[in-house]
Design a protein around this ligand. Structure first.
Ligand code: ADP
Length: 525
């Protein structure tokens, strides 16, 4: 029977530990070896308190044991207890334990059966965070309130000292910290920034790459100055996950801690799931905000569209009427000129109709793209060729600096639309005699194509730039000079670029003019 019991204990999944009245280990099965990290040989005859009981609980354990050894009934015997245990490597973890006692010839013997409940506890904690977050989002009546609920739910329930939610602005030129949770007693100093540029710090890197990042040791993360300030205030590890909606990265959810309690993949799994919820919420809210904005601008929009339609139509009608009246007297050169005016106006109408159609698909979320292996240089070259006449009409100097080829996987027709829009804007918004410079090439990593279209034109005031990619938005510089336009081109351009996993930004500019920069993944990337 004894041999049989030994055999059972040897294969049991629960740790079995026997101790005598002095707390000396007398039994230690293989599961105990696995759970606590000490072999049976290492544990045998040692004081169990030194082996598996965290320092803070040792006195209480010894006092309790002394009472039991003296024959006290022991109200905790036979009950399931949840306790903190110490592993040989020094980390503490939760266990569930049942204690029984037998009377042996040499005195009382205590038998404990225990198992590690880290996973179960974690699952309960994660479920708790998810529930708090879902409730927080459901009850939030604005994105700002939602952001605060998210960071607080994570900070409080998970015990992370710093949790931040960063959002990218409309133009993708700046990241703003929408909410930050700071645990009690933490002083963040210059770590607590309100804004970051894309690519800078953990949030910037997560947003730029669109993938989660784990920094196991902030102190030795030479890449970022912000990691250095994090380490200075006592933070050791950091994890960031993108807030994505499948198509776009809207921001990043980042947590910072002084130690790692859960394995990397598990933390990333939890945060990734939460970030997906938050991303969907933010996208829904943005759509709602857009609808409100759209409703507000509807009258403006109708006035604008009517005006924009009426202009070319009026030109066509009056030209046709003159054409009809003067037909007999017109030279063939003049006839050609009239036809040219009609063609230009109808071209404007058809561009507008296309833009409105694209806008409609964009609203419903299905702007079609048909990617193939293609060469951006050829696309840009064709677009430049097509606008030679209109640039020459304004005596604009067009400089093109392109390599031989730039291969990428993309929809050539859509990229041509991007090229046409950026070039036609540059021509439209640059007064006669100006310069337009188009460059493209691979960046240092050779994974990203950087394509810029710069002009020396009327420019866009800095304060208006964050609104530039909104539907129907027209800068005061364009409106002031009464240059016709609809404010649709850039929205469509940005959507196309993002569908190709790229980004479009307005570059900082010295001197007059505007520079748009498009970044697209190169073929090898
Ligand atoms: P549109 O040109 O039809 O108005 P877009 O969406 O292409 O529409 O551009 C939106 C606004 O951005 C323009 O109305 C103009 O104010 C500004 N803009 C775009 N490109 C330039 C540029 N190259 N220089 C100055 N302003 C520009």
């Amino acid at each position: 029977m004894v041999g049989q019991a030994q055999a059972v204990l040897a294969v049991a999944l629960q740790a079995y530990i026997a101790i005598d009245t002095d707390g000396r280990v007398k039994g230690w099965n293989p599961a105990a070896e696995r759970i606590f990290g000490h072999t049976a040989a290492q544990a045998c005859d040692r004081d169990v308190a030194d082996l598996i009981i965290p320092a803070g609980f040792r006195d209480a354990h010894r006092a309790g044991l002394a009472r039991l050894a003296a024959g006290a009934p022991g109200c905790r015997l036979g009950q399931q207890l949840q306790l903190s245990a110490l592993h040989r490597d020094g980390h503490e973890f939760p266990i569930e334990l049942t204690l029984t006692v037998t009377e042996e010839p040499g005195g009382r013997m205590f038998h404990a059966f225990a198992h590690d409940i880290t996973t179960a506890r974690r699952a309960a904690r994660f479920a708790d965070v998810e529930a708090a977050l879902a409730l927080g989002l459901a009850e939030a009546d604005s994105s700002t309130v939602a952001a605060h609920r998210v960071v607080d739910a994570l900070g409080v329930k998970m015990g992370w000292p710093v949790v931040e939610l960063w959002l990218v602005d409309d133009q993708r030129q700046m990241l703003t910290c929408a909410a930050r949770h700071t645990g009690p007693g933490w002083r963040l100093g210059d770590f607590a920034l309100a804004e970051l540029e894309p690519g800078v710090g953990l949030p910037g890197r997560v947003c730029a790459g669109g993938v989660p990042r784990w920094i196991p040791d902030l102190g030795s993360d030479g890449v970022s100055l912000r990691s250095v300030s994090a380490a200075r205030v006592g933070l050791r590890v950091a994890v960031g996950v993108p807030l994505s909606t499948g198509r776009n990265t809207l921001g990043a959810l980042c947590v910072y801690g002084d130690r790692v309690e859960d394995p990397e993949d598990i933390v990333l799994g939890l945060l990734g799931g939460l970030a997906a919820h938050v991303g969907q919420y933010l996208e829904r809210r943005r759509a709602e905000e857009l609808t409100v904005e759209l409703a507000r601008t509807k009258d403006e929009f109708l006035a604008m569209v009517t005006h924009e339609l009426r202009n070319p139509l009026a030109v066509i009608a009056s030209t046709l009427s003159m054409f009809g009246e003067e037909l007999d007297e017109l030279t063939s050169e003049q006839q050609r000129e009239y036809l040219h005016v009609i063609a230009r106006s109808s071209q404007r109408l058809s561009v507008m109709a296309d833009d409105l159609l694209d806008l409609a698909s964009l609203e419903s979320g299905n702007l079609a793209t048909d990617p193939v292996d293609t060469d951006l240089c050829a696309i840009i070259g064709d677009a430049v060729q097509a606008c030679t006449a209109s640039a020459a009409a304004k005596q604009l100097t067009v400089t093109v600096r392109l390599p031989h080829r730039l291969d990428l996987h993309a929809d050539p027709n859509r990229l041509r639309q991007v090229a046409d829009n950026l070039l036609s804007n540059a021509i439209k918004y640059t007064p006669a005699g100006g310069t337009i410079t188009i460059t493209a090439g691979l960046d240092d990593t050779a994974r990203t194509i950087v394509w810029s279209v710069a002009d020396t034109g009327i420019g866009i005031p800095r304060t208006e730039r964050p609104r530039l990619f909104r539907r129907f938005y027209r800068a005061s510089t364009a409106l002031g000079k009464r240059i016709p336009g609809t404010g649709l081109g850039l929205v469509i351009t940005r959507t196309i670029v993002e569908r190709h996993h790229g980004a479009i930004t307005l570059a900082e500019h010295t001197g007059p003019g505007t520079t748009f920069v498009v970044r697209l993944p190169a073929a090898d990337a």
